[in-house]
Design a protein around this ligand. Structure first.
Ligand code: HEM
Ligand code: HEM
Length: 240
């Protein structure tokens, strides 16, 4: 294990670090794969709710209850996502330094901006190799904050506002969300539309994220996907 003082808060390892670094703790890793599964189910079932492909040819809905089951799967994975986010936010307070990166990128430090421009140059193919990063690179941190965190919180708030319309007056979701979200947007239909649009915003994040995770696993100087599986970041070339 490298001396912790060699690891900066920007997610950038100092060149002296060559030994593996323990980056993603078990709760973050379990949360990552659980959230990935929940969002996949939410996007598929959400798309089907917005574009039901079975108008009447399956017979009367009360005989098969298909849309009911699809909605149930959507709501259950919605609960998983929301509870998961609550645990993940709690973990930013008790977890290691990397647990905070996607919520509070350290944009006020010089190191962060240095690594940011280096990453931009690397993605533009005008830098020969990536920096040595222990955590997420600064561009990934920004994408995770503005596309993932903001997008998911928006889906949870608008999702539970729509959910509270079904559970009705007096239910906790109606009280906590429906009561102010629907008036804020003007109508239930507008909330549906924004909830639907935000799904495509998240899907854009996921497409780029998975592409970058695989690309960086191959092209960068450190491990990626295995790090989100066993928690350890290995530096492939062993060079400072
Ligand atoms: C719906 C699908 C997915 C979502 C929403 C998602 C979201 C995220 C988020 C928010 C993080 C930051 C974790 C943190 O620091 O708390 C992350 C990290 C990561 N994800 Fe995903 N992910 C998804 C699917 C995948 C898949 C399929 C892969 C594998 C190909 C993957 C590979 C990774 C890796 C390697 C990291 C760590 C990157 C690094 O060390 O800089 N993700 N993901
Ligand atoms: C990544 C997160 C999510 C995605 C991608 C997503 C996606 C969608 C989509 C595309 C629709 C159809 C909207 C329309 O065209 O009318 C929908 C509807 C809905 N979603 Fe979500 N959703 C997410 C999270 C949630 C959460 C956390 C909840 C809370 C329980 C939720 C509750 C609902 C409800 C109540 C509806 C309306 C169902 C109906 O009218 O039959 N969603 N969702």
């Amino acid at each position: 294990m490298p001396d912790q003082s060699q690891l900066s808060w920007t997610g950038v390892a100092s060149p002296q670090v060559t030994a593996p670094v323990y980056v993603y703790e078990l709760p973050v890793r379990i949360w990552h794969w659980l959230v990935a599964a929940a969002i996949t189910v939410l996007a598929i079932t959400g798309w089907l709710i917005g574009n039901p492909p079975w108008p009447l040819f399956l017979g009367q809905p009360y005989n098969h209850y298909l849309m009911g089951d699809i909605r149930l799967a959507h709501f259950l994975s919605g609960y998983v996502l929301a509870l998961g986010m609550m645990v993940r936010i709690y973990w930013t307070f008790v977890g290691n330094r990397y647990a905070r990166e996607i919520f509070v990128p350290r944009v006020w430090t010089k190191d962060w901006w240095h690594a940011f421009f280096r990453t931009v140059r690397w993605y533009l193919l005008i830098e020969r190799e990536t920096g040595k990063e222990t955590g997420h690179n600064p561009l990934a941190q920004l994408a995770m904050l503005f596309m993932f965190v903001v997008g998911v919180l928006f889906e949870i708030i608008t999702g539970f506002a729509l959910y509270g319309e079904g559970t009705g007056y007096g239910s906790w979701s109606n009280h906590l969300f429906t009561s102010w979200v629907i008036p804020l947007f003007g109508s239930s239909q507008t909330v549906h539309t924004w909830h639907h649009l935000a799904m495509w915003y998240l899907i854009m994040f996921v497409i780029v994220h998975v592409y970058m995770a695989i690309r960086e696993d191959i092209m960068s100087r450190q491990t990626m996907i295995s790090t989100m599986v066993d928690g350890w970041r290995y530096f492939k070339d062993g060079r400072p």
